[in-house]
Design a protein around this ligand. Sequence first.
Ligand SMILES: NC(=O)c1ccc[n+]([C@@H]2O[C@H](COP(=O)([O-])OP(=O)(O)OC[C@H]3O[C@@H](n4cnc5c(N)ncnc54)[C@H](OP(=O)(O)O)[C@@H]3O)[C@@H](O)[C@H]2O)c1
Length: 351
Amino acid sequence: MKKVLVTGGTGVVGKTLVKQLIKKGCDVRILTRHKFHAGAGNFIDLTTFSGKDQGALNGKDHSLSKIELFSGDIRDADALARAVKDVSTVFHLAAVLDNYSLSRKDHFQGKNLYDVYREVNVKATEMLVKQACKAGVDRIVFFSSISVYGKNGRDNFADETTPFCPDSLYAVSKAEAEKYVLAGINHKKQPIGVVLRPASVYGPREKKNYTRLIKIMQHGFFVTVGKGRTKRTLIHDHDLAKAAIIAAEHPKARGKIYNVSDGRVHSLNDIRQAIAKALDKKYVNICIPEKLVCFLIFLLGKFMNGRSIASGLENMVTDMTVSADKIQYELGFKPEMQLDEGWQDAVKRAI
Ligand SMILES: NC(=O)c1ccc[n+]([C@@H]2O[C@H](COP(=O)([O-])OP(=O)(O)OC[C@H]3O[C@@H](n4cnc5c(N)ncnc54)[C@H](OP(=O)(O)O)[C@@H]3O)[C@@H](O)[C@H]2O)c1
């Protein structure tokens, strides 16, 4: 694996992956809609990919010269054809995750989230696989999501054989895109795709849910539903990037699907305690009875406008857990970041 393409290389997970690839000695091409520059504005600061802060490059920072910029939209077939040229491996992370991921151009063109999910997450993946097969790419590692399993309910635990039950547009788009990835074959008729289904990602760059949690706890309180026993599986972005590199290189990974987590199941209480420990802060825990939340979900669900709040509340009382044994046994992936250490790292840079 010498020359690689990373779509979504500017995102939360992508930046960590790019750093690890550079440290490994790869030449990395990043497909992005933006332009690279050391300045501000609509440009990306290249130094965010620098390995200096981790002491990775022993003084002289060669990392930036290892990055090749490819400016383009993943929905553009020509841009994709150019982007996959001469690369052996593609890490496909580019995606629309939520409303915030819509570009100003999309808004301006009056596109809604449904259109953009289909264009970016599904159709662009189909095109990318097609162009990659044509160009002789040997491996595509696709970042799907455990959301394809839907809400498992209490005590359910999805593994890679659990049927799809996606309950959001995002999850539907990921489930559909996986099929295109798994259908890709090389000239020897071997599958080139590997599907990773990461659990909930956290780490120093995460900007969404967990950052909100950290900010709330910095104010000295926390809200728990019931006894805080709702279960989650997590993965730190450092370990997810590591898993992706293993999936790109391991001969057994071709054509396979792997859940990726730190291998444990955590309650929301465990997560809250790890954050508090990392923040070194005392806090007041405000408990809301679970029955009250379930009643609110029921009431809100009856009104159109309340649906997104109801779904948010439902998430707080629904377990979202997966088994990630397969990637450990089959590919030898060993997560390095357990809860306390992972949150120390995440909090250090989030505050
Ligand atoms: N974060 C999580 O909790 C989580 C959990 C499970 C799975 N995943 C999956 O992991 C992957 C990475 O997630 P993330 O959190 O790092 O996402 P993110 O921070 O939102 O980054 C999304 C990336 O997609 C690129 N992108 C979006 N639309 C594009 C377009 N039209 N053309 C080209 N590039 C486009 C963006 O690049 P530019 O803006 O530079 O163009 C950006 O680098 C995604 O596939 C996601 O579904 C994430």
